[in-house]
Design a protein around this ligand. Structure first.
Ligand SMILES: *Cc1c(COP(=O)(O)O)cnc(C)c1O
Length: 217
């Protein structure tokens, strides 16, 4: 598809859903992609990117950030407790807050560093054992706990189980957000971002449709 086409489709889906222009933020997921492909999208003027590993992001983004102003970097992969400081120094948004221990570490370091990234809570809507995210029945209590620690929960994030209809998962995420007074909804990837936008996504995370397949070899 490429960046222009994905961008155009995001705009068209936003309009088709009767939502305001700019209601949906496209996050270009650059994990594993060669630097030239990432630089090409930066050169087109796009500034919002997602990475799923702290280590990989810290190897490539300081340089991009010094070359291109206004970069906004989202962490969309699981965050280990021993990498929280590094993540808070590099990322503008952490989308994968999913357990009390992690929330506590973020709250403590926010005090120490004097700043806190924007935060999303990841919900494991499919209750998959191998997947990160708070379980749906525990989500309300966890969100309340984050707020008690002084953290602002800007949004919720989910990754529906592969090979299933994502719609019920998007609806579930939206319901949890609504009843907790949360506006941000990070949902939808290359295969289903238009469905996600119709279901109310405010952030879609698109990798391979923008950059091409990831080469893990
Ligand atoms: C890799 C990744 C994406 C992007 O996946 P594509 O199918 O390449 O668009 C989105 N969200 C998360 C959490 C990811 O890890």
């Amino acid at each position: 598809m490429g960046f222009e086409e994905v961008n155009a489709r995001v705009l068209a889906a936003t309009e088709a859903a009767g939502r305001k222009k700019g209601a949906v933020q496209l996050i270009a997921v650059s994990k594993v992609q060669p630097n030239e492909r990432v630089a090409a999208v930066l050169e087109k003027g796009h500034r919002v990117f997602g990475e799923n590993r702290v280590q990989e992001a810290s190897e490539k983004w300081p340089d991009f950030k010094s070359r291109f102003s206004g970069v906004e970097l989202h962490l969309i992969g699981p965050l280990q407790s021993n990498k929280v400081r590094q993540a808070m120094e590099l990322f503008d948004v952490i989308q994968t807050v999913d357990r009390p221990k992690l929330a506590k570490a973020i709250a403590r370091l926010a005090g120490e560093l004097g700043h806190c990234p924007r935060l999303f809570v990841q919900v494991n809507t499919g209750e998959e054992p191998q997947k990160a995210g708070i379980l749906p029945p525990d989500a309300d209590a966890f969100i309340a706990q984050c707020r008690d620690m002084g953290l602002t929960v800007e949004g919720l994030m989910c990754i529906p189980p592969a090979g299933t209809d994502p719609k019920p998962h998007f609806s579930m995420l939206s319901e949890i957000a609504n009843r907790n007074g949360i506006e941000g909804l990070s949902m939808g990837m290359s295969g289903d971002f238009e469905v996600a936008i119709a279901s109310g996504a405010t952030h879609v995370r698109v990798g391979s449709a923008i950059f091409g397949d990831r080469d893990y070899g």
